[in-house]
Structures are given as structure tokens and as C-alpha cells.
Design a protein around this ligand. Structure first.
Ligand code: ATP
Ligand code: MG
Length: 426
């Protein structure tokens, strides 16, 4: 038996039969982002390891055990990006885009995390990511959330639940941290190894544990809400009022801390109940301290990222499988002798139908097998080149969906004839 090469674990091929889901999501996102004044930014996949250590935080799952890190040929430690925000902030600083400026940007592409692959969790996955830098008020927080809600609407997706929390300022978090340390120290026996370590290094992370055995001790822990500073309380209340005004429903979740260290104040997640433990489709929050952490001047910022694989999976489950066609018009020669003319007429149709997919039959075969391929392509019409019609300057057109009527149409006018009958594209 021949041994085929397999992809690496957790790395997926996205095949032509599935790509329409991706393109639908990406095209819709592009349109919605543009409508809110967000512009695309593209940043490298490979960055200095230092960037992610400094931004995401040393004591996080990502930096401790999930990064694809290696030395390049000059011995510099580099890492394949596990998320986009760090690279975008780095790009903003490298290019002088942040100082006394406001930026609304979005980004898409592959991210890499060495995780245990399972449904909705991969080692190469893709994100759509939006960031707003230089804004400190709750209005931009609301805009960010409305932007995501509009995206779900445009995709016809309902059933996602929005969870909200506030992580306050670093000062109020320090006070809360002490309260947490006290609580978890009193319940050491209930902690797993990861959490025992985090108790020393980063106790907030314990709240983010996905170990079911820890659920009870986490449920009893003090809540951040009781430690929030006044300004953060006010910011959070204003955001909630704006969401109420906009008719956006949400659930407050005092345990929502998110997996990255850099968040402050507003954090949120859009959750699904359809992907098992991989519930988060879109996650985000405010990261007012990150720009200074990376060497810039104080710049408030907020962003979110959605996992495209998870979103596509949820769409498949809720919208239902959609038929993927490869052609709108399928052009075939009645017999081998007509192939030259077929190429000519196919090109002419592509001139007049630039927005439609005009597929030419290649590879010979009987008329019957050619028609079968035409049908399978999903095209609305087959154009048959040959026979008496061609001698009269006409081509034969067969409707492949519906009544299957066949008729002769003047070859020169065929493009216009089809254009008026084919569904609009885009
Ligand atoms: P989770 O709690 O599921 O591990 P996360 O908090 O690590 O998610 P973020 O770092 O905020 O996720 O990334 C934003 C989004 O990217 C998530 O909401 C999710 O949809 C997606 N995502 C994160 N990790 C993966 C992965 N390994 N495979 C597929 N999608 C992922
Ligand atoms: Mg994670």
C-alpha cells in the first residue's frame, strides 16, 4: 500500500467544495468592516518571539505551551503568530500610526497554536480581527460589539449569546488579585497543578481554567465586580446603556477573564452551544495598557477576533448545507469537430458575461456524457455548439434547471440573452 503524505495534525486543507462558506464569510465581513470605516492591515505571520511574550503575557497557555517558536538561521528566536493584536500594535508603532492618532483596522489570516486538536480547535486556524486604537470611551466598545452583531445578522446567524464583563484598571485588578489569592490559598486542595502554579504567578488565569473539577472552587471565588474602580464601573454602565439602546442582549459573566493578559475594562465573548467545549466564536476586549507595554505612548484600544473555522461550522449547522455550483453557463461542442468554434464562442460569452462563470467542456466524450457534466456543474444553461443551428449562425441553449426547454438563439446575441435570464451575481 502506498504511503500518502498527510498534513500535520491540527492543520487543515480547505477544499474547493467548502471554500464558498469561507468566501461568503470573508466577503460579508469585508463589506461590514468597510461600512463601519475599518481599513484592512496585513502584518507578517512571523514576528520576534519577544513581541508575543511581552504582549500576551509569560504566564498564559499560549506563551507557556502553544507557540510555534524556533530559531531562524541567524539564531534569532521567532514565532508564528498565535493571534493578530500584538502584530498590529507592533505595526502601528513601527510605522508611527498610533501617536496622537486614531485607527480603525481589520486583519485576517492564519494563526498558529500548538493545542490539542479537536472539534473547533486546530493548530492552524484563521481569524477575522478588528482593532480600534486611540479611543478611550465606551462608545467605541459599543461600536465594536454592534459591528459583530451586524455581521451575524448579515450572515443570517442567530443563537449566539453575548457575555460581558469588566476587568477594571490594573490598580483595581491588583486588589482583586489579592482577594483571589486569599480565596484559592484557602482552597489549595481543590486546585489542579496548573492552577497551583498560577496561584503564584497569575491567579486571575485560574478563573479561565477549563478543568471541570475546578468549577466549584471557581464558582465560589470573589467576584471582580466588588473590586472595580469607580471609573471602570461608570465606563461599564455606559456601555451597557448603549447596548440596551441598540437592542443588543447580553449576559453578565463575572468569571469572564479571557485567555490573554493584556485586557483591561471591557471584555466580551460571543458563545455558541453547538461546538461542545469550543464555545467561543468571537472574543474581544479593551487593552488600554498594551501599547505602552510594547514601548509606545499610552494609547487606549479595543479589539475582537473571531475564529473562521468555528463560525463556518456554526453557519453550516444553522443555515444548512448550501449547494455549491461551479458554473452558471456550461459550453460544449456537439462533437469533436466543433471544438475550435466552441473555444471561440466560450471566450465571446466570457466577454459579454464578465461576472458569471462560463465553463467550457474539455476532454471529449459523447454528447450524452458532455450533457451529464453540464448538469453536474450546477449551471443554469448549457450552450451546445454545432449542428444545423451553427450553420444558421445560431447556438443551441438548454435550460438545465426547471423545464429543460431547448431553443436556438442567434449566436451574436446569446450573451445578452443569457444575461437577462441568469440570476444577478455578487
Ligand atoms: P478558547 O477559549 O476556545 O481557547 P481563546 O480565548 O484562546 O479561545 P482567542 O485567543 O480570544 O481565543 O481567539 C479568538 C477566537 O479565535 C476564539 O473566540 C475562537 O473562535 C478562535 N480560536 C482560538 N483558538 C482556536 C483554535 N485553536 N482553533 C480554532 N479557533 C480558535
Ligand atoms: Mg485558547
Amino acid at each position: 500500500m502506498s504511503q500518502h503524505l498527510q498534513p500535520l495534525r491540527g492543520m487543515n486543507d480547505i477544499l474547493p467544495d467548502d471554500i464558498h462558506w469561507w468566501q461568503w464569510v470573508e466577503d460579508t465581513a469585508r463589506r461590514v468592516f468597510a461600512a463601519y470605516g475599518y481599513r484592512e492591515i496585513r502584518v507578517p505571520i512571523l514576528e520576534r518571539t519577544e513581541l508575543f511574550k511581552r504582549s500576551i503575557g509569560e504566564v498564559t497557555d499560549i506563551v507557556e505551551k502553544e507557540m510555534y517558536t524556533f530559531d531562524d538561521r541567524s539564531g534569532d528566536s521567532v514565532t508564528m503568530r498565535p493571534e493578530a493584536t500584538a502584530g498590529i500594535v507592533r505595526a502601528g508603532l513601527s510605522n508611527g500610526l498610533l501617536h496622537n492618532q486614531q485607527q480603525r483596522v481589520w486583519c485576517t489570516g492564519p494563526m498558529f497554536r500548538y493545542e490539542r486538536p479537536q472539534k473547533g480547535r486546530f493548530r492552524q486556524f484563521h481569524q477575522l480581527d478588528v482593532e480600534a486604537l486611540g479611543f478611550d470611551g465606551p462608545d467605541i466598545d459599543a461600536e465594536m460589539i454592534l459591528l459583530s452583531a451586524r455581521l451575524w445578522r448579515e450572515l443570517g446567524l442567530d443563537g449566539l449569546v453575548l457575555e460581558l464583563n469588566s476587568l477594571g484598571t490594573p490598580e483595581s485588578r491588583a486588589v482583586y488579585r489579592e482577594a483571589l489569592v486569599e480565596w484559592f490559598s484557602r482552597h489549595r486542595d481543590a486546585l489542579d497543578d496548573d492552577s497551583l502554579r498560577r496561584l503564584e504567578t497569575n491567579p486571575l488565569r485560574i478563573l479561565d481554567s477549563k478543568n471541570p473539577a475546578m468549577a466549584e472552587v471557581i464558582a465560589g471565588a470573589p467576584e471582580f465586580g466588588d473590586y472595580l474602580d469607580d471609573a471602570s464601573v461608570e465606563h461599564f454602565a455606559a456601555l451597557r446603556t448603549m447596548l440596551d439602546d441598540a437592542g443588543i442582549e447580553y449576559r453578565l459573566n463575572p468569571r469572564l477573564v479571557r485567555g490573554l493578559d493584556y485586557y483591561s475594562r471591557t471584555v466580551f465573548e460571543w458563545l455558541t452551544d453547538r461546538l461542545g467545549a469550543q464555545a467561543a466564536v468571537c472574543s474581544g476586549g479593551r487593552y488600554d495598557g498594551l501599547v505602552t507595554q510594547l514601548g509606545g505612548r499610552p494609547t487606549p484600544a479595543i479589539g475582537w477576533a473571531l475564529g473562521i473555522e468555528r463560525l463556518v461550522e456554526v453557519l453550516r449547522l444553522s443555515v444548512g448545507e448550501r449547494e455549491a455550483t461551479v458554473a452558471d453557463v456550461y459550453v460544449l461542442a456537439a462533437d469533436d469537430a466543433r471544438e475550435r468554434e466552441t473555444l471561440k464562442w466560450t471566450e465571446a460569452l466570457r466577454d459579454t458575461l464578465p461576472a458569471h462563470r462560463v465553463l467550457m467542456h474539455c476532454g471529449g466524450g459523447s454528447l450524452k456524457s458532455r450533457m451529464k457534466k453540464a448538469d453536474r456543474s450546477g449551471a443554469a444553461y448549457a450552450v451546445i455548439v454545432g449542428g444545423d443551428e451553427l450553420a444558421r449562425g445560431e447556438l443551441s441553449v438548454k435550460a438545465l434547471r426547471g423545464d429543460g426547454a431547448q431553443q436556438a438563439v442567434a449566436a451574436d446575441g446569446l450573451g445578452a440573452w443569457l444575461a437577462s435570464r441568469l440570476p444577478a451575481t455578487g
